[in-house]
Design a protein around this ligand. Structure first.
Ligand code: AFP
Length: 322
């Protein structure tokens, strides 16, 4: 099986971009080890702190963030980083041309129950003379990403990665620490009978989303004329990986549960990288109002609604919103 670096070089990635991706993955291998150690690693449970999102930080959140932050800033490959766990951006090498936004450990609520978690990352390019201390250098639309990926810490540790030439999936061979190409060019089926949503929020959704989900649940005798299955992993990386592998629709829609927070998922380091992976695999990623990758960000931690996956099913859902 083919290793990651030659595959990236074949895709036309510069040596610097290959080195940057390998730097991110070096931290992810350490995170994979710690996650795999579970209770034996002494990093389960919560800290006494909250992040800027107002969420209690798990010990593994803090450790994963520190690992990625240190290795990236020491590498010299990044001008700055943005993280779900950092209040603002952190400056790196002023002469570098890449910036990285990441969610160091997505699915934190799954850590203590030994369920799926992952790391999500988004790489963009900036002008050489841009200011590393200026957070606005991150406010680029998702179409500007030069690479996007996630590492899923499951029974096997898997990497989904796109540099703009399709979405490829690799599996970590833990015997010698290489990511090997195991699924070349993921292709998401255009149709599906599987959807993923946190159904406990049903009473808070907009009317179009309530109607769309009601029609899915009506199954064969309803307006869709077929039965649907539901999944919810509570870690976007796990649900998106299933969609990449076998199709489906994943959505965290707008809701009125917290009037100050109509959306849950973050644009820069969750929605944008996942939207690139999904679109590069032939799927669609939308907010209900616009294509996610077309959004012009206004704030590094801004949140958006997400409806993504099998193209025809996303379009069917959007039909309820027109
Ligand atoms: P955490 O990292 O705080 O667990 O949030 C994970 C997440 O951002 C995303 O990965 C999940 O799809 C979604 O939130 C789960 O949200 P609910 O806990 O409301 O189901």
């Amino acid at each position: 099986m083919r290793r990651l670096p030659p595959v990236l070089v074949e895709d036309g990635c510069s040596r610097e971009l290959v080195s940057l991706i390998r730097t991110i993955l070096a931290a992810c291998k350490e995170i994979s080890f710690r996650v795999g150690q579970g209770a034996l690693s002494g990093v389960l449970g919560s800290t006494l702190d909250e992040n800027i999102q107002g969420e209690t930080q798990k010990k593994l959140d803090v450790l994963s963030n520190q690992l990625l932050k240190d290795i990236l800033l020491e590498s010299g490959y990044v001008k700055a980083i943005a993280s779900e766990e950092e209040d603002t951006t952190v400056a790196g090498n002023p002469d570098a041309k890449y910036i990285v936004a990441f969610d160091p450990l997505d699915g934190s609520s799954n850590i203590d129950i030994n369920s799926l978690v992952g790391t999500i990352f988004s790489i963009m390019e900036v002008d050489k003379e841009s200011d590393p201390a200026d957070p606005t250098i991150f406010l680029q639309s998702g179409r500007k990403q030069v690479a996007a990926g996630y590492v899923l810490y499951g029974p096997s540790t898997m990497l989904a990665l796109s540099t703009g030439k399709g979405t490829r999936i690799f599996t970590l061979d833990k015997t010698h620490g290489s990511f090997l190409l195991t699924h070349d060019y993921a292709k998401i089926p255009a149709d599906t009978n599987e959807f993923a949503i946190n159904a406990s929020n049903q009473r808070f959704w907009t009317a179009p989303m309530q109607q769309y989900i009601e029609d899915l649940l009506a199954g064969k005798t309803g307006p869709r004329g077929k039965n649907f299955n539901m999944r919810w992993i509570a870690a976007m990386v796990g649900d998106v990986h299933r969609v990449l592998c076998r199709g489906g629709l994943f959505t965290y829609p707008e809701d009125t549960k917290d009037p100050n927070k109509p959306y849950k998922l973050r644009l820069l380091y969750e929605a944008n990288p996942m939207a690139m992976l999904i679109e590069q695999a032939g799927g669609l990623a939308h907010t209900g109002q616009e294509n996610i990758l077309d959004i012009q960000p206004t704030e590094i931690h801004q949140r958006v609604a997400v409806i993504l996956g099998s193209k025809n099913e996303v379009e069917a859902c959007l039909g309820y919103h027109q």
